[in-house]
Design a protein around this ligand. Sequence first.
Ligand code: C5P
Length: 234
Amino acid sequence: MTDERLIVALDFHTFDDVKNLVGALGDSVNFYKVGMELFYSVGAGVVEWLKAQDKKVFLDLKLHDIPNTVAGGLCSLMGLGADILNVHAAGGLTMMRTAADALTKEANLRGVARPKLIAITVLTSIGQAEWYGALSIAEQVVRFAKQAKDAGLDGVVASPQEAKLIREACGKDFLIVTPGIRPAGADINDQSRIATPRAALQNGATHLVIGRPIRAAKNPRKAALKILEEIDGL
Ligand code: C5P
């Protein structure tokens, strides 16, 4: 079976690009992330297409609005069959709780499993220089993660740098989805809140979101297999 800890980001704006990459990766990858670039250009059909290929989907639309609006939006998205949906933790504890409750109720009404709901903590692109909070980034990430757990969410999206603290604070079953991953040996330039797949998992991440290192590879399947080999046994 494929290693479902690897989620490949489909940051494209055409359906053809999606079909080419998913075809090229074949059975090496079973989990894909659909973000705003793809969703806004191609539409909801891409999620349904991925599900029809028996793939898992993390629909990364990062909802952030008042509780009632986010809850309604998530219930609409649920019909597409995505396995993971998300909201911004910055929307507040009440928003997260309302969203989780509404999603549970809607799933029960439809007789389907509730998709996992996770919260964005602090965007991994934000470094110390542009950080605006009163707490440190790490403290704020853990605070958001605990709020997400209290609100009934299944996990968070966070930088691999903060995964360890989240794991300690939120227990073993909490999902920690980490973007900002670069394969071992890659040129990591000066960004600090990124890590290798191994380091992210060793820090407690449950899923790795990887885009450009696989999409830009001459042989994407080979690149994916190399990452899977790197994390095998962890
Ligand atoms: O950089 P890469 O192409 O691997 O990014 C894959 C996904 O991870 C993107 O869709 C983006 O949402 C997310 N990302 C992130 N923080 C970063 C880099 C990427 O959240 N520092």
